[in-house]
Design a protein around this ligand. Structure first.
Ligand code: SF4
Ligand code: SF4
Length: 190
């Protein structure tokens, strides 16, 4: 649990999955959200209540937009997973990114689009980073004991349609984050 807290503590500075909500519009939107909470691995985790979402594959989250540059951060374990999946070298698809640990790289883009976006689809879907898996949410650290799944500031067009995102889904996302981050810690120790 200590490990999880330590690595998640780094997450606050991210601006993609873990992006700070900055626009006035987004702050207004946050004010309307009611948060529900579950406890897991000794921590509280909040998530927005009654949010409906379905990915309509618009690919907005895989590329830069007029609102902001998309930064797709990568953990070392994710780099290894993508290399195993594609046979590529790390430098073929990523750029070192050292000022927001535990992330070590960001994804390369071509013409503002992720290098793995092919014909409107993710070509490494099963190996995609948590930055992508979490979208349109990101995990924000509120304090030592509390984390919160918030909505990214740019409005994903899939919000408001589809099924309500359940607590079970947020637990699964939180488990994925802790597994990947725990793995980073194990790697550091070997
Ligand atoms: S922006 Fe939203 S709807 Fe579009 S691809 Fe990303 S998650 Fe799916
Ligand atoms: S890894 Fe896949 S899901 Fe993530 S930005 Fe690239 S194409 Fe999109």
């Amino acid at each position: 649990m200590i490990v999880v807290k330590r690595v998640l503590a780094h997450s606050r500075s991210g601006e993609c999955t873990l992006q700070a909500l900055s626009t006035r519009k987004t702050r207004r939107r946050r004010g309307l959200i009611r948060w529900k909470r579950f406890h897991h691995l000794g921590m509280g985790v909040e998530y927005p209540e009654k949010v409906r979402w379905k990915c309509v594959r618009c690919t907005m989250c895989c590329q830069d937009t007029s609102m902001r540059k998309r930064c797709i951060r990568l953990l070392d374990e994710e780099i290894s997973g993508i290399r195993a999946e594609t046979g590529l070298k790390a430098e073929d698809f990523s750029i070192p990114f050292t000022h927001s640990p535990p992330y070590t790289h960001e994804m390369r883009k071509l013409d503002g689009r992720c290098v793995f976006l092919k014909d409107g689809l993710c070509s490494i879907y099963d190996a995609r980073p948590i930055t992508c898996v979490f979208y349109p949410f990101f995990l924000n650290r509120i304090d030592q004991e509390l984390y919160r799944f918030e909505l990214t500031p740019e409005k994903c067009v899939g919000l408001g349609i589809g099924h309500e995102v359940s607590e079970k889904q947020f637990v699964r996302l939180f488990n994925l984050a802790t597994r990947r981050l725990k793995s980073e810690d194990d790697t550091e120790g070997t």
